[in-house]
Design a protein around this ligand. Structure first.
Ligand code: ADP
Length: 489
C-alpha cells in the first residue's frame, strides 16, 4: 500500500500517474478528448467523454501495477469548466462549458457595475473565464433545466466534482476551496458561497457542491470498478497543485508554469495579498487552515513557439529554439509581443494584438525565435514585478519552474537574468499530478508534508548574471514594444 494515484484532468486530455514513496512514477497513461467549438470563441467538452478517458487512463495504470498496492487517489483538474447534470440519471444537461469559452462576454459587460464588488469578494476579475456566468448560461438557455432545478434534480460541478461524483457512484457531491474560489460564487474572506453573488447570477445554492478541505475524506472509488474501494483523499485545482508541489507553504518562492500559456503563482499564506491586476485565489485548505495565492495568467506562452513551427514554419520542433537563440550574441533590439489573443496579466487588454518590432534588413529567423522565447520571460517578469511592487514584504528567493517550455535552457537563463532571481527546475516534470499525489499521500500516511517536499528534487539551477543597467535597458525596450501592441483592434 505504498502507491498513490494522481488523476490529472486537463483541458485537452486526462492523465493518471501512479507514484511510489520516492516520487518515482511507476505507471502513467494519457487520453486526449475532443474539443468542441460550436461557434467562434465557444469551447465545450463532453462530460461523459471526460469520464470515459479518465477511466481509460486509470484502467491502464491499474493493469500495470495492480490494485493492491494503491493506498489513495488525489484529483487535480482544469479549473472553472462548468457541468450540470441530473442527479438521478447522471446525464449531463449540456456539454461542459470550458474555461476558455467566451460566450458570456456580453453578459459580463452587462454586469460591469458589479465588477468592484466581485473583485472584493472573490479576488477575481468579472470575466467569462470563471464558472458563474457559464452556469447562468446553461440555466437560462437549456430547455427544462430551470424547472428540474426547482424540483431539486440538478447538480453543478467543476470537473473535479463531476469526476468525483462518477467515481463514488453519486455518493459524493463535493469540491475543495481552490476550485470553489474559481466559480466566482465563493467569498474568499468568509470561505463560503456568497449569497449576494448567488443572487446576482440567479444560481440556487442547492445545485452547488459541498466545499471540503483540499485534503479530506472524499469518499472512495467504488469497488465495482477494480474490486476494491480506494480512498479519494485530495482535490485541488491544477495550478494550485503545481504550486503545492513546487513551493509548498514557503512564502519565499514563486512558481511559473511554461505551458501553452504561462501561469505564475505566489503563495501568500493566510494573507490575501494586495494587487490591482492579478487574481487573488485560494491556494488550498489543509487541516481547516486556508492559504491564499496571487496568480497571473498570460494567454500566450509555449503556443507562440507552436506558432513559429506551425504558422511561420521557421522551426521543425520546439527544442530547436534553444540553439537558434544561442546562435546570437543578443536580440539586436528585435522584440516580439505575442498578444495574439489580447494581453492577460498584468495588462488585461483584449484589444491588444501581436507586434514584431526592431527588424532590419539583417534580421534572421534566429532573431524572431529569440524574440519569441524572450517574450515568455518578459511577460513573466512583468507579473513578478507587479507582485513585488504591491507586496514589498514578499521577498522572493527563487522561481520554481515547470511545463514544457521550462526545458529550454536559454529561456530559463534569460528569465533568471531579467528577473534577477534564481530559477530552479525540478527533475519531476509532472508537478501538477505530483502535487495532488502529495496531498493524497499525506492523508494516507505515505509521507508527511516535509518528507513529500524532500522528494521534489531540483536538478538545475540558473543564476542571474545580467548587470542592472542592461536589465533596465532591455526591459524598458520591451515595455515600449508592449505599448505599441495595446489598443489595436
Ligand atoms: P500544456 O500542458 O499547456 O499542454 P506543456 O507543459 O505540455 O503544455 O508544454 C507544451 C508547450 O511547451 C508547447 O506550447 C511547446 O511549444 C512548448 N515547448 C516544449 N518544449 C519546448 C522547448 N524546448 N523550448 C520552448 N518551448 C517548448
Amino acid at each position: 500500500m505504498s502507491v498513490v494515484i494522481a488523476l490529472d484532468l486537463g483541458t485537452t486530455g486526462n492523465r493518471a500517474i501512479a507514484f511510489d514513496k520516492t516520487g518515482k512514477p511507476l505507471a502513467s497513461a494519457y487520453y486526449e478528448f475532443k474539443q468542441h467549438f460550436p461557434k467562434p470563441a465557444w469551447v465545450e467538452h463532453d462530460p461523459k467523454e471526460i469520464f470515459k478517458t479518465t477511466m481509460n487512463a486509470l484502467n491502464d495504470i491499474i493493469d500495470q501495477i495492480g490494485v493492491d498496492c494503491v493506498s489513495a487517489i488525489g484529483i487535480t483538474n482544469q479549473r472553472e469548466t462548468a457541468v450540470l447534470w441530473d442527479k438521478h440519471t447522471g446525464e449531463p444537461v449540456y456539454n461542459a462549458i470550458v474555461w476558455q469559452c467566451r460566450r458570456t462576454t456580453d453578459r459580463c459587460n452587462q454586469l460591469s457595475d458589479s465588477k468592484d464588488m466581485i473583485k472584493e469578494k472573490t479576488g477575481l476579475f468579472l470575466d467569462p473565464y470563471f464558472s458563474a456566468t457559464k452556469i447562468e448560461w446553461i440555466i437560462n438557455n437549456v430547455e427544462g433545466v430551470k424547472s428540474e432545478i426547482e424540483k431539486g434534480n440538478i447538480l453543478f460541478g467543476t470537473i473535479d466534482t463531476w469526476i468525483l461524483w462518477k467515481l463514488t457512484d453519486g455518493k459524493k457531491h463535493c469540491t475543495d476551496p481552490s476550485n470553489a474560489s474559481r466559480t466566482m460564487l465563493y467569498n474568499i474572506h468568509n470561505q463560503d458561497y456568497d449569497d449576494d453573488l448567488l443572487k446576482l447570477f440567479s444560481i440556487p445554492k442547492n445545485i452547488l457542491p459541498v466545499i471540503k478541505d483540499s485534503i479530506d475524506d472524499f469518499g472512495t472509488l467504488q469497488s465495482s470498478y477494480f474490486g476494491k474501494e480506494i480512498p479519494i483523499n485530495a482535490m485541488i485545482g491544477d495550478q494550485q497543485s503545481a504550486l503545492f508541489c513546487q513551493c509548498g507553504q514557503d512564502k519565499g518562492a514563486l512558481k511559473n508554469t511554461y505551458g501553452t500559456g504561462l501561469f505564475l503563482m505566489s503563495y501568500t499564506g493566510d494573507i490575501i495579498a494586495k494587487t490591482n491586476r492579478l487574481i487573488q485565489t485560494v491556494a488550498w485548505k489543509i487541516n481547516g487552515k486556508i492559504s491564499y495565492a496571487l496568480e497571473g495568467s498570460v494567454f500566450v506562452g509555449g503556443s507562440a513557439i507552436q506558432w513559429l513551427r506551425d504558422e511561420l514554419g521557421i522551426i521543425n520542433e520546439a527544442k530547436e529554439t534553444e540553439s537558434l537563440a544561442l546562435s546570437l550574441e543578443s536580440n539586436d533590439d528585435v522584440y516580439l509581443v505575442p498578444a495574439f489573443a489580447g494581453l492577460g496579466a498584468p495588462y488585461w487588454d483584449p484589444t491588444a494584438r501581436g507586434v514584431l518590432i526592431g527588424i532590419t534588413r539583417g534580421t534572421t529567423k534566429a532573431h524572431i525565435v529569440r524574440a519569441t522565447l524572450e517574450s515568455l520571460a518578459y511577460q513573466t517578469q512583468e507579473i513578478i514585478k507587479d507582485i513585488q511592487v504591491n507586496n514589498p514584504d514578499l521577498n522572493f528567493k527563487s522561481l520554481r519552474v515547470d511545463g514544457g517550455a521550462s526545458l529550454n535552457n536559454f529561456l530559463m537563463q534569460f528569465q533568471a537574468d531579467i528577473s534577477s532571481i534564481s530559477v530552479e527546475r525540478p527533475i519531476i516534470v509532472e508537478t501538477t499530478a505530483y502535487g495532488a499525489a502529495g496531498l493524497a499521500g499525506i492523508k494516507a500516511g505515505l509521507w508527511t508534508e516535509d518528507e513529500f517536499r524532500k522528494t521534489v528534487v531540483i536538478n538545475k539551477n540558473f543564476l542571474p548574471s545580467m548587470d542592472e543597467n542592461t536589465r533596465d535597458l532591455v526591459i524598458s525596450k520591451w515595455k515600449k514594444a508592449v505599448n505599441r501592441s495595446l489598443n489595436w483592434v
